[in-house]
Design a protein. Structure first.
Length: 211
C-alpha cells in the first residue's frame, strides 16, 4: 500500500520517502526533514501514536494518520498526540491528495506548487526554473526554461526549431538558428550530467521532443 501511495503522489510532483527501519522512525524523519508525514497506527516495534509523540518533541511538521482502525478513541488519540487529520482505510487517493494539499497550504501559507512529472523520478518546476531528479536540482536559465516548457506542452510530439525560436524571441538573447543549436546542446549536457540520460530527443530534419 505504501508503494501505491508513493507511485500515485509522485505523479503529482511529490517526492515521497518510505521509512526503511521501523525501529528508527524518528531518526529517519529527522534526516529527511519532510514537509508532511503520513502515519499509520499499526507499525512494527512501536505504534504510530508513539512515533507521533516522539516527532512532536522536535518538530511541528504536519501529520495525517492513515489507519483501518475507525474507533472514536483512535481518532481522539491521534489528534491528542499531535496529528492534524485522520483518514480511514480504505479511502480514495484523490481525497487523500486534497487533504495533503489543504494541510500544506495552511501550514506553509503558500499555494502548493505542483511539479510536473516527466518520467523516471524527473520533475519539472516552471515557476522556479528548475528540473528535479531524485534529490538533485538542475537550475535552468530563462531560455532553457522556455524550451523545456514548450517541449512538455507538446510532450511526445515533435516541436519544430522555428516554433522554439518563436517562443524564445521574448527573451534577452538574440535567437538565431545557430543560437538555438547551442542552447539545446548546452541544456542537454546540463541535464545529462545529473540525470545520466538524454531527456531531449531529436527528430532529424523536424525538431525536438520529450518522451
Amino acid at each position: 500500500l505504501a508503494n501505491e501511495f508513493k507511485e500515485y503522489l509522485n505523479k503529482y510532483g511529490y517526492q515521497v520517502n518510505l521509512i526503511e527501519n521501523f525501529s528508527k522512525v524518528l531518526n529517519e524523519c529527522m534526516n529527511i526533514c519532510p514537509d508532511l508525514i503520513l502515519m499509520d497506527i499499526n507499525l512494527p516495534f512501536y505504534d504510530g501514536f508513539y512515533w507521533c509523540s516522539k516527532i512532536r518533541e522536535y518538530s511541528q511538521v504536519p501529520m495525517i494518520f492513515i489507519s483501518s482502525r475507525n474507533s472514536d478513541n483512535d481518532k481522539i488519540m491521534a489528534i491528542a498526540q499531535g496529528g492534524d487529520d485522520y483518514v480511514e482505510k480504505p479511502f480514495n487517493l484523490p481525497v487523500l491528495r486534497a487533504k495533503i494539499e489543504a494541510i500544506t497550504r495552511r501550514t506553509y501559507q503558500y499555494k502548493v506548487n505542483q511539479k510536473i512529472y516527466i518520467k523516471d523520478n524527473i520533475f519539472y518546476d516552471y515557476s522556479n526554473n528548475c528540473i528535479y531528479f531524485k534529490n538533485e536540482k538542475v537550475d535552468l536559465t530563462k531560455s532553457e526554461n522556455i524550451i523545456i516548457k514548450v517541449l512538455l506542452e507538446e510532450k511526445d510530439k515533435v516541436v519544430s526549431r522555428n516554433a522554439l525560436m518563436d517562443e524564445l524571441w521574448n527573451t534577452d538573447e538574440f535567437i538565431s538558428d545557430n543560437t538555438l543549436t547551442v542552447l539545446i546542446s548546452r541544456l542537454r549536457l546540463k541535464l545529462k550530467d545529473v540525470i545520466g540520460d538524454e531527456l531531449i530527443c531529436t527528430k532529424k530534419g523536424q525538431g525536438y521532443y520529450i518522451e
